[in-house]
Design a protein around this ligand. Structure first.
Ligand code: NAD
Ligand code: UDP
Length: 309
């Protein structure tokens, strides 16, 4: 049994991770400030004596003794990370410094939930880990993109300078049950709009692409990465390489929900990446991982969840 800290543990991915780690027989400490997370996501875990929840903001130092730290604390949807961009930078950068300082002091292994956004609006397609990205440093997405890039820098500097045992994964668009219903991400937006018979809002012409990974596949990759050999630091892309246009996604969700919603086009979002698809050869080779849930199946489960709430 390991003692494991999950920052952002009450969020969408964090709650699935806490659940998985508890099921594997670990003791889990979930830290969250509930900015985008919710106690409802972890309510079903609260009766477990090996599960502990702490309200804390990662921009402030935190002291505890654990074996492993998963650093997930950070709003992930553009609507939420743009709500208070200065806070978003602080969460990524000061959160990384505080968690890396903790890992250094207690000799814990630490995993960073980085993002495909470090590639910005990529002019290399699909994206390998060796690509340095095309990020606007002063745009409205920069608080998230540059915050996450700086966090990666900090992870590798703590590794080189202080020998901290780091793992960095770059997560591509992941969806599933427990996404915040109002967080504005495309999968939750379209499903809720379709279920309510409202217009499906496509930003721009809808020909921009994303590659969608189902949450349980993603969690499996995080756990494999955390428990990989010490020399493996990443960064490693984690995502489902099946690429779809936003138009295709909208039509699929209308079909699966049997909705009568109409599609409308709104102005394109600023600095919206035109294409995104991970190369996951490293994940396949190093982690022996690849996604198992394809979009149609994952959407059916996600639609069932949104119907149930
Ligand atoms: P989420 O918004 O559901 O979860 C983030 C969690 O962090 C929430 O519970 C929130 O309350 C908490 N949090 C935010 N700021 C905090 C702070 N200052 N202190 C403590 N807690 C704080 O988002 P998610 O989709 O579950 O994302 C989890 C992590 O994975 C994030 O770091 C995100 O950047 C990364 N990621 C997610 C995706 C995706 O598609 N879901 C893609 C790339 C990267
Ligand atoms: N998008 C859209 N309509 C929405 C929400 C999002 O067309 O209601 C588009 C958005 O412009 C982007 C893609 O869907 O091109 C994915 O957006 P999301 O916010 O889910 O994630 P990210 O842009 O961070 O990949």
């Amino acid at each position: 049994m390991k003692k494991i800290l999950v920052t952002g543990g009450a969020g969408f991915l964090g709650s699935h991770l806490c659940e998985r780690l508890l099921n594997d027989g670990n003791e889990v400490i979930c830290l969250d400030n509930y900015f985008t997370g919710n106690k409802r996501n972890i309510l079903h875990l609260m009766g477990n004596p090996y599960f502990e929840v702490i309200r804390h903001d990662v921009t402030a130092p935190f002291f505890i003794e654990v074996d492993q730290i998963y650093n997930l604390a950070c709003p992930a949807s553009p609507v939420h990370y743009q709500y208070n961009p200065i806070k978003t930078v602080k969460t990524s950068v000061m959160g990384a410094i505080n968690m890396l300082g903790l890992a250094k002091r207690i000799h814990a292994r630490i995993l960073q939930a980085s993002t495909s956004e470090v590639y910005g609006d990529p002019d290399v397609h699909p994206q390998p880990e060796s690509y340095w990205g095309n990020v606007n440093p002063i745009g409205i997405r920069s608080c998230y993109d540059e915050g996450k890039r700086c966090a990666e820098t900090l992870f590798f500097d703590y590794h080189r300078q202080n020998n901290v045992d780091i793992k960095v994964v770059r997560i591509f668009n992941t969806y599933g049950p427990r996404m915040h219903p109002n967080d504005g991400r495309v999968v939750s937006n379209f499903i809720i709009q379709a279920l309510n018979g409202e217009d499906i809002t496509i930003y721009g012409n809808g020909e921009q692409t994303r590659s969608f990974c189902y949450c349980t596949d993603l969690i499996e990759a995080l756990v494999r990465m955390m428990n990989s050999d010490k020399g493996i630091t990443g960064p490693i892309n984690i995502g489902n390489p099946n690429e779809f246009t936003i138009n295709q996604l909208a039509h699929l969700i209308i079909e699966l929900t049997g909705s009568s919603s109409k599609i409308i086009h709104l102005p394109a979002a600023e600095d919206d990446p035109h294409q995104r698809q991970p190369i996951i050869n490293q994940a396949k080779e190093v982690l022996r991982w690849e996604p198992t849930v394809q979009l149609r199946e994952g959407l059916e489960k996600t639609i069932a969840y949104f119907k149930s709430i």
